[in-house]
Design a protein around this ligand. Sequence first.
Ligand code: NAD
Length: 283
Amino acid sequence: GEFVTANEGGRLPTTATGPYAQRFGGQLVLVTGAGSGIGRATAFAFAESGARVVAVDRDAESAARTAELARLVGAPEAWAEPVDVTDEAAMEKLAEKVAAEYGVVDVLVNNAGIGISGSFFDTTPEDWKKVLDVNLWGVIHGCRLFGKQMAERGQGGHIVNIASAAAYQPSKALPAYSTSKAAVLMLSECLRAELAGQGIGVSAICPGFVNTNITTTARFTGVDAEEQARRQKRTARLYGLRNYPPEKVASAILRAVVRNEAVAPVTPEARGAHLMSRFVPGA
Ligand code: NAD
C-alpha cells in the first residue's frame, strides 16, 4: 500500500494491524493543528484505528490534505475544517456544525500550537499575546465547547491537550511558550478532576524535541538557519534524538486515551525531566 507520514516521505508505523486496530472504530475524533507535524500524524493514527476524523487547521490547504490522506489510511470519513483556534466565534460555529453534521466528538485533541523564542526581555507583549492566544486560549475554547457537548451527551469521551516538556522545564530562550504549556498542563489537570465523575478523561501530552515544522522555524528557535542546524545536531548528539518522529507522539496519544493517562511525557529527555520535576528534595 501507499505509505504516508506527517512530513510525506517516510513510513508510517501502522496501527491498522497493531494494538489499536479498530480500537476507535465508529468514534469521532477532532484534531486541531491537524495540517502538519504531530497533529497530522495523530489524525492518521486515529484514522488507521477506524475513527472518523475532523481535521482542523488555520491553513485550509494542509487541513484538506490531512483529511484526504486520513481517508486513504482508513478513516471511514474525514473532513477538513479551516478554523483558527484563537477565533472564539469561529470555534463556536465549528462546534455547532460538528455536532449538527458529524456528531458529538468522542476524542478531542487540542494540538494547534506556536512558539516564539527570545529572552524574557526580548519577548514583546505582542509575542506573549500571540503565543498565549494559540497555545492557551485555543485549548480553552476547545475544552469549553467540545467538552460541554461530551458532558451533555453523558456517554463519556476524552480530551487530549498537547502541552510540552517545556511545561516543567524552565528555559531562558522560550519564556512565553514554556509559560503557555505550563498553563495547559494545569488546565488539563483541573479539568480532569472536574470531569472524572462523568467518565470523561483528560490527558496532557508532554513531548520533548520532535522533528516537525515548529522546531525548524526561526520564530521558534530565534536563530538563523545555519545556527539552527548546528543546534539540532548538538541536540541529537546530546540526547540521541535524531529524527524523533511525530508518529511516535501520535502513538503515545492513542495510548494515553486508551489507558486514561493524566500526564504522558514523550521522548526520553521529556520523561527524565518529568521525573525530576516531581522530585522534591528533602520532602
Ligand atoms: P507544526 O508547526 O508542525 O504544526 C502545528 C500546526 O498547527 C500547523 O499546521 C499550524 O498551521 C497549526 N496552527 C497554528 N496555529 C493555529 C491556529 N491559531 N489555529 C489553527 N491551527 C493552527 O508543529 P508541531 O510540532 O506538530 O506542534 C503541534 C503541537 O505539539 C504544538 O502544540 C506544539 O507546541 C507541541 N509540541 C511540539 C514539540 C516539538 O518538538 N515539535 C514538542 C512539544 C510540544
